[in-house]
Ligand binder design. Structure first.
Ligand code: LLP
Length: 429
């Protein structure tokens, strides 16, 4: 993790900013994003594809981290967006991402969302079913507009990742069954208001082996040939996202290997190429700062509990997917303490509110601060206010500068929009 380093005086430093300085100023829990890391990772990804001689357009999956500042940093590097709701579409445009660089994915777009996308004139709508295609055709006709459509194919390939984030298997809700794709493409070409431009695929997330990608893209290539054999045009291939990162000891998915796989399977077809990465770009760029509220002794012979002031409502991934996130002390003195086994938990009233069981960490007492690592993707965006815990503050670091990019949510805001009908107070029994 090149952007993080430990210094004897300053403790843990992100780019050139001591994380303790941020925690001193804002308290915890606080999310911190590194703009420099976002840029460096974007460049590595773009360069990996440029080196194959077949550049790719990169549509950042907004769901991974939707903060306007994050979108702006990536947009300045040339990123477009992959959105999955009307909200994400409007947010991407609010961040200044041109409509012509936005693709719209998702298995259940409403007519309102379709209308929004059509009126904005986005690059492409990825359609996931025959039923959705009919709805889009009717909506486009009513608007007097034409939808540029890619059909998202379900290749029935196991991505080898967590079951809850696998999307390319036959029993997943995503995409059009592979064996019906040619027929549906021909149908789409005949539908009013629809202009089929190509195919899309996304087989899952946190994928670190290339074989599932290769199998899926080979199937995509076969479809391109079959569709073209019908005399139809296939001009664009959206290869999806999913490239994994190293949370623990797994090796990170290499953009160079992905670029090589895409180039080998799809590079000779003469189409435009696109990808939709989220986690690989943003995950390693973010940390969540937290403070040990107390160190609670367990049963004799059992590890103590470090109860943090961050919880599952902030970072949901460990509860939801048993995900592993690295944990580092912020102070150099804590970092050098002898190691021990601890359970790291949050204060929410559920046993699932656990960041790590039996973790080996340097000895820490109440008041110690830690950074939870690799929280830049699917971190803040999945937060809730469960247990009336306000959304945490957000900071962006760039070189030696840092700024609050979203203040901690005031607690009163949590009930400010609650409406109590008058009769609630008048009813006595
Ligand atoms: N494109 C589509 C159509 C997607 O559904 C997704 C993610 C992406 C791109 C971006 O995938 P990525 O490159 O980030 O792997 N909350 C889960 C991850 C859910 C991913 C959903 N789809 C987690 O925290 O692991």
């Amino acid at each position: 993790r090149p952007a993080l380093s430990m210094h004897a005086m300053d403790g843990l430093v992100l780019e050139d900013v001591p994380l303790n300085a941020i925690a001193d100023a804002l308290g915890t829990p606080t999310w911190v994003m590194s703009a420099g890391t976002l840029r460096a990772r974007y460049r590595r990804l773009a360069n990996a594809f440029a080196a194959t001689g077949h550049p790719v357009s990169i549509h950042f999956a907004v769901k991974a981290n939707d903060h306007l500042a994050v979108l702006r940093v990536l947009a300045a590097q040339g990123a477009g967006a992959d959105v999955v709701s009307g909200g994400e579409l409007r947010r991407a445009m609010a961040a200044g991402i041109p409509a012509g660089r936005i693709v719209f994915s998702g298995v259940g777009k409403t007519v309102d969302e379709m209308r929004l996308a059509l009126r904005a004139g986005i690059l492409q709508i990825n359609v996931e079913s025959a039923e959705e295609l009919e709805l889009l055709s009717a909506t486009a006709q009513a608007e007097g507009l034409e939808a540029a459509v890619a059909l998202r194919i379900n290749p029935d390939v196991d991505a080898g990742t967590h079951a809850k984030i696998t999307t390319g298997l036959a029993n997943n809700k995503f995409g059009i069954p592979y064996n019906r794709a040619v027929e549906l493409y021909a149908h789409a070409a005949a539908l009013p208001g629809i202009r089929p431009v190509g195919l899309a695929m996304h087989i899952g997330s946190q994928i670190v082996r290339m074989q599932p990608y290769r199998t899926a893209y080979a199937r995509l290539a076969a479809l391109v040939h079959a569709i073209r054999a019908r005399g139809l045009v296939v001009d664009a291939l959206d290869c999806g996202g999913g490239l994994g990162i190293s949370y623990r000891d797994e090796s990170e998915g290499a953009p160079e290997a992905l670029a090589a796989a895409i180039h080998a399977e799809l590079g000779g077809l003469g189409t435009r190429l696109a990808i939709e990465p989220g986690r690989w770009l943003a995950g390693p760029a973010g940390v969540l700062l937290s403070t040990v509220i107390l160190r609670k002794r367990g049963y004799d012979g059992m590890p103590p509990f470090l109860v943090l002031d961050a919880a599952m409502n902030d970072l949901m991934r460990p509860s939801l997917y048993d995900a592993w996130h690295g944990i580092l002390p912020l102070s150099a003195r804590d970092a050098n303490a002898p190691a021990e086994a601890v359970h790291v938990v949050g204060p929410v009233c559920e046993s699932g509110d656990t960041f790590g069981n039996d973790r080996t960490l340097p000895h820490m007492e109440a008041g110690a601060r830690v950074a939870l690592l690799d929280c830049g993707a699917y971190g803040m965006v999945m937060s809730s206010t469960y247990n009336d815990r306000p959304l945490a503050a957000q900071v962006m670091v760039d070189g030696n500068r840092w700024a609050v990019i979203r203040p901690r949510q005031p607690v009163e805001e949590l009930w400010a929009a609650d409406h109590v009908p008058q009769w609630v107070d008048q009813t006595l029994t």
